[in-house]
Design a protein around this ligand. Structure first.
Ligand code: GDP
Length: 424
C-alpha cells in the first residue's frame, strides 16, 4: 500500500510531523522531489530536528529511507545531515539513494546565488540551494545522474563539456570566477565515494517491496501552490510538489498510490514572494507569526519570517483537489485559540466578480479576499485527545473548513509533538 503525504498550501503545513507520526506503521519512506531547499520540523524522543534532505522515517530503525530519482541530491549535504543525527544520539538510519537521482553540483548553488543577486528586487525568493538551475539542467539534459559518477572516463569528458556552457554564463552574465573542470572532476570523484554505500536501483527495490505488500510512504515537500504547473507560477518551486509526481519521482506505478493525505494548515503562511490573497500585515500578522508553528513562523531553512494570513478556503480546496486528496489533516489548530473571531477567506473578488475557483496568476494578483467570520474558542486546546472534547466553536471551525475543502478531515493536529493529534 502506498500513501502520499503532501502539502495543500504553500508549504510549511506541518507535513514533517504528520509523516513522522504515520511513519511508525511504514516500512519505507521516500522523498520524491525537491532537495534541501525546504525543511521539515520534527519533534520526538531524540529532540527537535529540522530535516532538509532526509526522509522523515530516519528516526525509526525499522524503516528504509529512500532518496528517489526525482530529488535534487546534494551529496555532501546528505552525509552532513546523517552525521548531525548520529551526533545527537539517533541510531544510524537505513538509507538508499536512487542510482537515477541527479546530483546537485556546486555550480548550481553558485548559479542560484548569482542569479538572485542579479535579479535583486525582482528575485523569486530562492533559498539559494541551487534548485532552479539543477532542474533546468536536468531537463536540458546536462545533469549528472548518480550512476554516472562511477564511469570515470565518461565523467571527465562530460564535466569538460558542461563546464564550457556554465563558464559562458559565469564569465559574461555574472562576471564571476570560472569553474575549473579538473577541480570539479576531483570533487565528483569524492562524491562517488561518499554516496557509494547508499546507491540502489530504487524502482526495482520498490517493485519487490510492493509485491511483498510493504507499506510505503511518499513524503512531499512544499505544497500544491508551489507546483510549477498548478501553482502560482512563476513564484513556484522547480519540481512538482504533487502526489501524482510521487509515482515518477520514486519509480512506482501511479495506481499504487491509494491514499493521498493532504496536510492543510488552520491558517495561512508562505515564504518567498508571490500572490497571497488572504495575507495580513502589521500587528495582526506579527501576533500570529509569534504564536504560530512551534515557537514562531520562521523558515526552517532560511530563518526568514513567514508571511501570514487567514485560512484561505479557495486556495486550500484547490490545493486538495490538485493533489487528489483522499483525506485532509488540519494542523496547528491550537495556535488560533487567542482570537475573538476567525476570518476565513471563502471567495476571491476579481474584477467585480466573486469566485470560489482558484485562478491563474494574472487574475490571482488582482484578487481581493471575501471573508466570513467564525467565533473564536478563546482557550488552549493542547493536550485534548478526543474530538468531542474540543470546544464547540473550535469544532465548528474544523467542520466549516471540512465543508469548504470538500475532503474529509480525518485528523486534527493540536500541538507540535508526535502525540498532539486528534483522530476523527
Ligand atoms: P513542513 O515543511 O510541512 O513539515 O512544515 P514545517 O516543519 O516547516 O512547519 C511546521 C511547524 O509547525 C513546525 O515548527 C512544527 O513543529 C510545527 N507544528 C506542526 N504541527 C503543529 C501543530 O499542530 N501545532 C503547533 N503549534 N505546531 C505544529
Amino acid at each position: 500500500m502506498v500513501r502520499a503525504i503532501v502539502g495543500a498550501n504553500w508549504g510549511d503545513e506541518g507535513k514533517g510531523k504528520i509523516t513522522d507520526m504515520l511513519a511508525k506503521e511504514s516500512d519505507i519512506v521516500i522523498r520524491f522531489q525537491g532537495g534541501s531547499n525546504a525543511g521539515h520540523t520534527i519533534i520526538n524522543n531524540y529532540g527537535k530536528f529540522a530535516l532538509h534532505l532526509l526522509p522523515s522515517g530516519v528516526f525509526y530503525s525499522h524503516i528504509t529511507n529512500i532518496i528517489g530519482n526525482g530529488v535534487a541530491l546534494n551529496i555532501p549535504y546528505l552525509l552532513e545531515e546523517v552525521k548531525s543525527l548520529e551526533d545527537r544520539g539517533v541510531p544510524a538510519p537505513h538509507i538508499l539513494v536512487s542510482d537515477r537521482a541527479q546530483i546537485m553540483m556546486p555550480y548550481h548553488i553558485l548559479q542560484d546565488t548569482y542569479e538572485e543577486a542579479r535579479l535583486a528586487g525582482k528575485s523569486f525568493g530562492s533559498t539559494k540551494s541551487g534548485i532552479a538551475p539543477f532542474y533546468s539542467d536536468k531537463y536540458a539534459k546536462i545533469g549528472f545522474q548518480v550512476s554516472e559518477l562511477f564511469d570515470k572516463e565518461a565523467l571527465k569528458e562530460k564535466v569538460e563539456r558542461v563546464c564550457e556552457i556554465k563558464n559562458v554564463l559565469f564569465e559574461h552574465l555574472y562576471h564571476k570566477p570560472l569553474i575549473v573542470p579538473e577541480e570539479l572532476y576531483e570533487t565528483l570523484l569524492s562524491y562517488a565515494e561518499m554516496v557509494r554505500p547508499y546507491v540502489c536501483d530504487v524502482s526495482a527495490y520498490l517493485h519487490q517491496a510492493l509485491s511483498e505488500g510493504k507499506n510505503i510512504l511518499l513524503e512531499g515537500q512544499l505544497g500544491s501552490l508551489k507546483d510549477p504547473d498548478h501553482g502560482i507560477y512563476p513564484m513556484v518551486t522547480s519540481s512538482s510538489t504533487l502526489a501524482a509526481y510521487g509515482a515518477i519521482g520514486a519509480g512506482i506505478p501511479p495506481y499504487e498510490i491509494r491514499q493521498i493525505t493532504a496536510v492543510v494548515k488552520a491558517y495561512s503562511s508562505a515564504v518567498g514572494a508571490g500572490a497571497f490573497v488572504s495575507e495580513i500585515f502589521g500587528d495582526e500578522a506579527d501576533e500570529l507569526r509569534r504564536r504560530g508553528g512551534d515557537g514562531g513562523e520562521f523558515g526552517a531553512t532560511t530563518g526568514r519570517p513567514r508571511r501570514m494570513g487567514w485560512f484561505d478556503a479557495v486556495a486550500s480546496r484547490y490545493g486538495c483537489r490538485i493533489q487528489g486528496a483522499t483525506e485532509a489533516v488540519l494542523t496547528v489548530l491550537d495556535v488560533l485559540g487567542y482570537l475573538d473571531e476567525l476570518p476565513v477567506c471563502v471567495g476571491y473578488e476579481i474584477d467585480g466578480q466573486i469566485t470560489r475557483d482558484f485562478p491563474t496568476t494574472d487574475k490571482l494578483n488582482r484578487a481581493v479576499p471575501v471573508y466570513e467570520k467564525l467565533p473564536g474558542w478563546k482557550c488552549d486546546i493542547r493536550g485534548i485527545r478526543r474530538y468531542e472534547d474540543l470546544p464547540e466553536n473550535c469544532r465548528r471551525y474544523v467542520e466549516f473548513i471540512e465543508k469548504e475543502l470538500e475532503v474529509p478531515v480525518t485528523m486534527v493536529s493540536n500541538g507540535p509533538g508526535r502525540n498532539d493529534i486528534i483522530l476523527r
